[in-house]
Design a protein around this ligand. Structure first.
Ligand code: UD1
Length: 336
């Protein structure tokens, strides 16, 4: 299929672009590069061994999106383009509603004008809010606790209403848990240009020497060792999840919601120890106070994705730590 990937230069979008191209799809990427680097497009080309169409543009530009969809004869869209810092979303909510919600509306409008009805949406476990029970399954109530989570849930609602208005629409909503790892080549991965918010990017900044140590936000939670528990999924497993969701839409109308996680929980300390062991390096850390808005523990039930999509994770935490480190070494060597 001819697939448009919005945000395809970003962390999850770039890995998914590779997986889709390798599966035989023709990829067009649109990205405004607000949180990514143009060089990623070159790396994708190198990895897949053929050129990808790339357009530097913003999904909120409906006329541009309409034109791209038409010119590239797009048949399906995977929508990653959006902002993802929870802290930033609390400080600047309008920025999040504009990028994430208005961006999605603009894209769907352009799709409607072109009669394109296949859509895979990059959502988040953040739509659940605090756990009423664990693991989260897709029936868990949605009650986001920050503008980022709200913006994702609002788009989910819009997609459901779109599918009610048109019964030939095919939508897959993928709720990600905590993506980590990198492509095995080391050429792409997550190495933010801005100050890192998430755990693994923070670790990469510490081991590359940009930051002196990691702050562990709280060691007094009611978890195995007092530190926060999360469900860390390798980004290439996540990419495979998108391919599986897209294939599933071939024969299925309506809206389908899936958790993409591993179903396993890992504490911050466990992740640090694994990273140190696998890569034989030390990660200096200090305990600090809890981060506001953090949950003690959350992880996924992924049985629905396995049942409907036949998808399950292949990589473990060891592989995630190895691949992350390979990418960091690649970046550091480039800047030397
Ligand atoms: C949050 C969202 C998740 C979203 C992700 C992307 C919720 C409930 N979760 O994940 O849906 O996809 O952001 O931005 O809204 N930690 C440290 N030190 C650090 C950084 C993190 O100790 O420097 C700890 C945190 O306290 C937490 C764990 O590491 O226990 C993971 O944190 P993080 O990587 O920021 O992800 P979440 O907050 O789980």
């Amino acid at each position: 299929m001819n697939i448009l990937i919005t945000g395809g230069a970003g962390y999850i979008g770039s890995h998914t672009s590779i997986t889709l191209a390798k599966a035989g799809h023709k990829i067009t990427i649109v990205d405004n590069l607000c949180n990514s680097n143009i060089e990623v497009i070159g790396q994708i080309t190198k990895i897949i061994g053929s050129k990808v169409n790339f357009i530097n543009g913003d999904v909120r530009n409906t006329s541009l999106m309409t034109k791209i969809l038409k010119e590239h004869r797009i048949e399906g869209v995977i929508h990653f383009a959006g902002l993802k810092s929870i802290t930033e979303s609390v400080a600047n909510p309008l920025l999040y509603y504009s990028n994430n919600v208005l961006g999605s509306i603009s894209l769907i409008e352009a799709m409607q004008l072109n009669q394109i009805k296949t859509f895979v949406f990059s959502s988040s476990a953040a739509v659940y809010g605090g756990p009423a029970y664990l693991p989260y399954d897709e029936k868990h109530p949605t009650n986001p606790i920050n503008p980022y989570g709200n913006s994702k849930l609002q788009v989910e609602t819009i997609l459901k209403d779109w599918a009610i208005s048109d019964h030939t629409v095919k939508v897959s909503i993928l709720r990600y848990f905590n993506p980590v790892g990198a492509h095995e080549s080391g050429l792409i991965g997550e190495y933010p240009t801005q100050f890192p918010n998430n755990l693994m990017p923070y670790i990469t900044k510490v081991i590359s020497g940009s930051l002196t140590h990691l702050n562990i936000y709280g060691n007094d939670y009611e978890t195995r060792d007092g530190t926060g528990e999360r469900d860390y999924i390798h980004v290439m497993d996540l990419a495979e999840g998108h391919l599986a969701a897209l294939s599933h839409l071939k024969n299925n109308f309506g809206v389908h919601i899936y958790n993409l996680g591993t179903g396993q929980s890992t504490t911050v300390l466990e992740l640090i120890k694994e990273f140190e062991k696998v890569n034989r390096i030390e990660i200096p850390y200090k305990f600090s106070s809890r981060r506001e808005g953090d949950l003690p523990s959350y992880y996924s039930d992924t049985s629905k994705a396995f049942k409907d999509l036949g998808w399950k994770t292949k990589y473990d935490l060891e592989q995630s730590c190895q691949d992350t480190y390979r990418h960091v070494k690649y970046i550091v060597q480039l800047s030397d």
